[in-house]
Design a protein around this ligand. Structure first.
Ligand SMILES: Nc1ncnc2c1ncn2[C@@H]1O[C@H](COP(=O)(O)OP(=O)(O)OP(=O)(O)O)[C@@H](O)[C@H]1O
Ligand SMILES: [Mg+2]
Length: 286
């Protein structure tokens, strides 16, 4: 069997904060604390948790923007703490790309769409000028935007279109692991599902692994294969999406699931059942 795409083993990331100006009182933020999981290839692995639970910190460690305080991360079989030096880091970054939350701030406003999508190809010394242009034309079509948009600037595009450009750039180097950090939360609801559909299509076409960070449980339900739930830096629950939604084990997860906005009949019955169980729980607990 093939190696998993990602392995976290007891991963920790602590931040030291000095509370007064003299740095005498120190507090430690345990942004990620003893977290272990495995992400198989070609799947969507969702990370849910409230603000400050450590989701982006995990993404930053995966991108090697932050070092680990403890534990081990393997990507594609490789211990990423061993990746040292500019060239090795560059080679690693070809494998792992990220789609950011806010397409407006992540696209350079002074560059055309063509230049934006071409940039990673130039940075990584891919192809001749005309080969790169060919690749850019391919990519813009993969994300279902018209070729004529290549000469436009980001401000001339809608939020959803900008995010399509961000996706085109993320897959330009044929990276197999894509981190999606709240990829649709800055978009109108009507556009969100279209962008998610596009991501799904691309995943199938190129066998991508998605590390999908989100607050949105409705998206997780439709999109993710496996889910982990983070609370204050700790992994509190995990499971296959189906299983987790039908049989959440802890109260935190149950409360999260109750917040799903779109509710069908079946879900309503399910949520009513949770409500009853919760009451029992609080009687037992209190
Ligand atoms: N560079 C840093 N220095 C100090 N503390 C940090 C730093 N980065 C993150 N933290 C702290 O670590 C914790 C986790 O932050 P993180 O950004 O990973 O949360 P998150 O789950 O992505 O939240 P959100 O949903 O709001 O994006 C928070 O308490 C945050 O304040
Ligand atoms: Mg975050």
């Amino acid at each position: 069997m093939k190696e998993p795409m990602i392995e976290f083993q007891n991963v920790q990331k602590f931040f030291q904060l000095s509370q007064n100006g003299f740095g005498r009182t120190r507090t430690m933020v345990k942004a990620v604390n003893e977290v272990s999981f495995t992400v198989p290839r070609g799947q969507t692995f969702a990370v849910i948790g409230e603000s400050g639970s450590g989701k982006t910190t995990m993404a930053k460690m995966l991108m090697k923007f932050e070092d680990l305080t403890g534990g081990l991360i393997r990507v594609d079989g490789q211990d990423i703490s061993k990746i040292k030096g500019k060239e090795a880091l560059k080679a690693y970054r070809r494998k792992v790309q990220i789609v950011h939350q806010d397409p407006t701030s992540s696209l350079n406003p002074r560059k055309t769409i063509k230049e934006i999508i071409e940039e990673p190809l130039i940075v990584h010394g891919m192809g001749t000028r005309s080969e790169r242009l060919q690749r850019v034309r391919e990519l813009i079509q993969v994300v279902d935007l018209p070729l004529s948009y290549l000469d436009r600037y980001p401000h001339m595009l809608s939020g959803g279109q900008k995010q399509r450009v961000g996706i085109a750039r993320a897959i330009a180097l044929n990276s197999k692991l894509i981190i999606l950090d709240e990829p649709t939360s800055a978009l109108d609801v009507s556009v969100q599902s279209k962008v998610m559909d596009l991501l799904k299509k691309i995943q199938k076409e190129f066998q991508l692994t998605y590390f999908f960070i989100t607050h949105d449980l409705a998206l997780v339900k439709n999109f993710a294969d496996y889910v982990i739930i983070m609370e204050k830096g700790a992994l509190v629950e995990e499971g296959k999406t189906e299983q987790l939604f039908h049989n959440p084990r802890n109260l935190y997860t149950k409360n999260l699931l109750k917040a799903i906005p779109v509710i069908g009949e079946e879900e309503q019955r399910f949520l009513d059942r949770i409500q009853i169980e919760d009451t029992t729980y609080s009687i037992q607990g209190g």
